[in-house]
Design a protein around this ligand. Structure first.
Ligand SMILES: C[S@@+](CC[C@H](N)C(=O)[O-])C[C@H]1O[C@@H](n2cnc3c(N)ncnc32)[C@H](O)[C@@H]1O
Length: 221
């Protein structure tokens, strides 16, 4: 009998549907990472290189972080946080899932990133408008749409005065049946960060060769 782990996507659908169904829209993340850690399924959202749209943005903008604080929301296994730390940012990265954070720490021994378990919907008070750069990739779209406005408001609240938010999300396909996960964003939703004190710099709808369209959105406070 094969002992190969099953692919994580089908498990994500199963766990998310059960979790949302019992009124716990975020409980499935820890269950999914724990199943990955045990070897039952492959590890979810597992990548060593930073998200390409983030890497391009930092490269094209010649972004450097000396003397600046960055925060990665829903950081998963840490590739994006490590990228920002390598650019010189004093980087904090958090995730709801203790298993994700434990895995991120063990994969990056000696890292300067401050990895923390925290809930975007109830963040530490000292993070209020504290970060020069906030990076949010696929976290808003990973929770059901009835929490969308709270998630977007909470992300916005982390950006310091003069700071920047970079958000990367999937674009909602008109044929999407809404069953999720994920629950991609409309243009109105990605632009709604401006309703929480931020100013739009650019909202790009990017059509890439190997994946469905993505929003890459930059805002400042
Ligand atoms: C789709 S995954 C993306 C992970 C990572 N950003 C990436 O692109 O590889 C969404 C992540 O958000 C985390 N997450 C979901 N809700 C959260 C919340 N309320 N607070 C903190 N993290 C959350 C999940 O545990 C998961 O790691």
């Amino acid at each position: 009998m094969s002992t190969e782990p099953r692919g994580w996507q089908a498990e994500a659908d199963r766990l998310a549907n059960a979790s949302v169904g019992r009124g716990d829209p975020t409980g499935w993340f820890e269950e999914l990472y724990a199943a990955g850690e045990s070897g039952e399924v492959t590890m979810a959202w597992d990548h060593d290189d930073p998200q390409p749209l983030l890497a391009d943005w930092t490269h094209e903008g010649d972004v450097t972080g000396a003397g600046l604080r960055a925060l990665v929301v829903g950081c998963g296994l840490g590739a994006e946080a490590e990228h920002l730390a390598a650019l010189g940012f004093a980087t904090t990265a958090f995730d709801l899932s203790p298993t994700a954070i434990r895995t991120a720490r063990s994969r990056h021994p000696g890292s300067s990133v401050d990895y923390q378990v925290a809930d975007l919907l109830d963040p530490p008070r000292e993070w209020h408008r504290a970060f020069d750069l906030v990076v949010e990739i696929y976290t808003v779209q990973a929770v059901p749409r009835d929490l969308r406005d709270r998630m977007i408001s909470a992300v916005s609240d982390l950006v310091a005065s003069g700071g920047t938010l970079l958000a990367i999300q999937a674009v909602l396909d008109p044929a999407d049946d809404g069953s999720g996960p994920p629950w991609p964003l409309t243009r109105e939703e990605i632009e709604s960060f401006v309703r929480h004190g931020l100013t739009k710099v650019a909202v790009e709808e990017l059509h890439l060769a190997d994946t469905s369209p993505r929003w890459r959105a930059e805002f400042v406070r």
